[in-house]
Write a protein that binds this ligand. Structure first.
Ligand SMILES: Cc1ncc(COP(=O)(O)O)c(C=O)c1O
Length: 406
């Protein structure tokens, strides 16, 4: 007889729920207070955005970093800086956060979805090749959950076909692919500093590149396209980060390796503790030897054929055990989201009906992304979790899945 899950009336594994919390130290707090006391709150005239940018370039081994207001605006200005606009297509993965595709629409271009690899849940390079047309301008690669995508193969395709590669590194700051930092391998990389990300500034982000022209355009686009006092040469935005946010990011970046070590510890314990369920009730993307995972999320794929309940019931049951860090990233692949199926855009329908495009968009089924979205269970990994938290999480997963085994 298996133990009764809390959702069925049993007692929960945890009396205090396991919830994500960002790791904010006294040092972080004191630095932010100092900046607030200084009265210099904007990046214009301040030093903290510049300092954070310098440290990011050193950490990532890229020539330029430009801080921005969040990971979405980072993608938007990256797309604009490489010249994406009406009539263009940009290939990306459907198994990601919406911003990876909505920023393509904000640039008045068409998102085209390639399928994913079932082992890594990242974009599949061979599916990218199939999706390329004479309109393709760029590829947005997402290093999902902190697991770096197959950059060598992707860069080879892009270089052969003359395409730009943007690495959406929102979930993967600190990940390494064959000795190179994720975000610094493509033509441009983007970061997010949302509270659940490797380092946080509350809201925030950055654009990474080693191309001087792209860097220059991103810098201008971030701040109204202003090249001289009240002189505007590019159609820009105000996507700047405040000084106190930049100071928080700077302070956090100093201990990034410690943050990743802690998340890695949690993931390692979970992998060990779940070994007996692997290839039976679940599978998970194990890191290949040539990558370092940044462990933003621990992704678990349920073997639904061997379970009596749906994935959503499993999530509810895990949360009832006190594992509130259990969630689903992502339940709907983007090609099935209303924003895409209802062709949301600008005004009278651009970019979908834009005369510069002049084609009809047809989205085909993407079996691997649909497979993953149906069965994924996500544990959001926090830097403050302990070994006991990992053991409890594994216990709850074992308890719930064994109970619902067919
Ligand atoms: C893959 C991916 N891209 C882009 C973003 C957007 O970042 P932000 O929330 O900072 O705008 C996120 C954030 O959740 C993300 O996970």
């Amino acid at each position: 007889m298996s133990e009764l899950p809390a959702i069925e009336g049993g007692s929960p594994i945890r009396s205090t729920p396991l919830r994500f919390r960002p790791w904010i130290t006294d040092e972080d707090i004191n630095l932010v207070i100092d900046v607030l006391r200084s009265g210099q709150l904007s990046a214009i005239g301040g030093k903290w955005n510049t300092l954070l940018e310098q440290e990011l370039t050193k950490y990532l081994g890229a020539k330029y970093a430009i801080t921005v207001s969040n990971g979405t605006t980072a993608l938007h200005v990256a797309l604009k800086a490489i010249g994406v606009g009406p009539g263009d297509e940009v290939i990306t993965t459907p198994f990601t956060f919406a911003a990876s595709a909505t920023t393509i629409l904000h640039s008045n271009a068409i998102p085209v979805f390639a399928d994913i690899d079932r082992e890594t849940l990242n974009i599949d390079p061979s599916s990218i090749e199939d999706a390329i047309t004479d309109r393709t301008k760029a590829i947005i690669v997402v290093h999902l959950a902190g697991y770096p995508a197959e950059m060598d193969e992707i860069m080879k395709i892009a270089n052969e076909r003359g395409l730009y590669v943007i690495e959406d590194t929102a979930q993967a700051l600190g990940a390494v692919y064959r000795g190179r930092m994720a975000g610094s391998i493509g033509h441009v990389g983007t970061l997010s500093f949302y509270p659940t990300k490797t380092i946080t500034t509350g809201e925030g982000g950055a654009v990474i590149t080693s191309d001087a022209e792209i860097a220059n355009r991103v810098r201008l686009l971030r701040s109204h396209g202003e090249t001289g006092k009240y002189y505007y040469e590019l159609l820009g935005y105000n996507y700047r980060m405040t000084e106190f946010q930049a100071a928080l990011g700077y302070s956090q970046l100093r201990r990034i390796e410690e943050i990743i070590k802690r998340k890695e510890m949690f993931a390692k314990v979970l992998m060990e503790e779940l070994q007996n369920l692997e290839n039976d009730l679940i599978q998970f993307p194990r890191p290949k030897p040539y990558i370092r995972h940044a462990w933003h999320l621990f992704q678990i794929l349920l073997n639904l054929e061997r379970l009596r309940v749906s994935r959503d019931r499993v999530i509810d049951a895990l949360r009832a055990e006190g594992i509130e860090a259990a969630t689903v990233a992502y339940p709907i692949p983007l090609h099935k989201e209303p924003i895409i199926t209802n062709m949301m855009g600008h005004g009278k329908g651009c970019p979908w009906t834009c005369p510069y495009y002049g084609r009809k968009v047809m989205y085909k089924p993407l079996p691997n992304a649909e497979w993953a979205a149906e069965r994924v269970v996500t544990i959001l990994i926090g830097p403050l979790y302990t070994t006991e938290d990992a053991i409890d999480t594994a216990k709850a997963i074992r308890k719930v899945l064994n109970h619902y085994r067919r």
